[in-house]
Design a protein around this ligand. Structure first.
Ligand code: SF4
Length: 180
């Protein structure tokens, strides 16, 4: 029988600071958290496992881990298999709805002339900074935007980092000067 749930995860602790080292279930048999079935004694076992999770300081991390890794079996983060599945479906649906509702940026060609120039300049500047070995994070900081926005502009899936303002243009120029 496994001595604790780390064994059930098939992995050991990731070292100092690993959230798993704080898990409330470490002192329990892993089998307690992997009931077979969902009625009778298995249902009681699930309830007992969830009760342990409710006092666990790393419940959120545990649930996220299970969702991110699409783990089907067992109790994780205070949720049984069916509950996690239904949570995942709900969050997927909300994310899809949000993506559909999000306004799509216009293609560069559709921008007014000044904005089009700025968009091309922005892409050029980001390319220069990348060639200079700057990280996405640093580029985003310089352009006063997020690193993901810089990636999208660089890839051509987003027209520009910001509205066409003189302030933006000034930052772009400075970025070029400081790229060396
Ligand atoms: S939330 Fe539950 S399964 Fe996850 S680490 Fe804590 S006690 Fe263990």
């Amino acid at each position: 029988m496994n001595s604790n749930i780390l064994a059930a995860w098939g992995t050991s602790s990731g070292g100092p600071g690993d959230w798993r080292d704080q898990s409330a279930c470490r002192a329990y048999d892993a089998e307690q958290f992997f009931p077979v079935g969902n009625s009778g004694s298995a249902a009681r076992q699930t309830e007992q496992a969830i009760a342990v999770c409710l006092s666990c300081p790393v419940r959120v991390q545990c649930l996220k881990y299970a969702l991110d890794n699409r783990i089907v079996d067992g109790v994780w983060g205070g949720m049984a298999e069916g509950e996690r599945l239904s949570l995942k479906r709900r969050t997927d649906r909300i994310r899809r709805d949000a993506e559909r509702a999000a306004p799509k940026p216009p293609p560069v060609e559709a921008l007014p002339a000044t904005a089009r120039v700025l968009a091309e300049d922005t892409r050029y500047v980001i390319g220069v900074l990348r060639d200079a070995g700057k990280s996405w994070r640093e580029i985003g900081h310089r352009l006063n935007t997020s690193d993901s926005t810089c990636r999208e502009v660089h890839a051509g899936t987003r027209p520009t980092v910001a509205r066409a303002t003189e302030e933006t243009a000034r930052k772009l120029s400075q970025s070029l000067v400081n790229a060396e």
